[in-house]
Design a protein around this ligand. Structure first.
Ligand SMILES: [Zn+2]
Ligand SMILES: [Zn+2]
Length: 145
């Protein structure tokens, strides 16, 4: 596992020619606190504007996109929304169709290896969305996450 820290995201933004402003630093703090986890730009907005009241949703989108383009965070589309996450490992995102909770589920490396063994193909990014019922909604007792 790659060790994530605030500096990791700060450096990525600097390399993308972004100046580190107090607003951008708050967005980085939020992102860094969401490991593991899934969040939308709106989630970031609701949290960061308590500290930086003048920040706009557009500013947050720009920072999240820059972080994603720099390869430091991942994004995917689900339920009509763009989700962001710091998890870089190959994994599937399982969405509960009842409560909407998103859970990371492991993907067999064999799938990736099979694809990489095809001539000329290299898997660089996986966006796998699965849906169904989570353990809470299926009423299975015991395992809680
Ligand atoms: Zn559920
Ligand atoms: Zn995920």
């Amino acid at each position: 596992m790659l060790e994530m820290s605030k500096e990791y995201y700060v450096n990525a933004l600097r390399e993308s020619k972004f100046k580190i402003t107090p607003q951008r630093l708050q967005v980085i703090k939020y992102v860094n606190s969401k490991t593991p986890g899934h969040f939308t730009a709106e989630d970031v907005y609701q949290s960061v504007r308590k500290i930086e009241p003048t920040i706009t949703l557009a500013t947050i989108y720009n920072i999240l996109k820059a972080l994603r383009d720099a390869g430091t965070i991942n994004s995917f589309e689900a339920n009509g929304t763009t989700w962001f996450e710091t998890n870089h490992e190959f994994h599937g995102n399982f969405i509960c169709s009842n409560c909407g909770k998103i859970t990371d589920v492991p993907i067999s490396n064999e799938l990736i290896n099979d694809l990489n063994s095809l001539d000329g193909f290299t898997v660089e990014n996986v966006s796998l969305i699965l849906s169904g019922t989570c353990e809470k909604c299926s009423g299975v007792k015991g395992k809680q996450s």
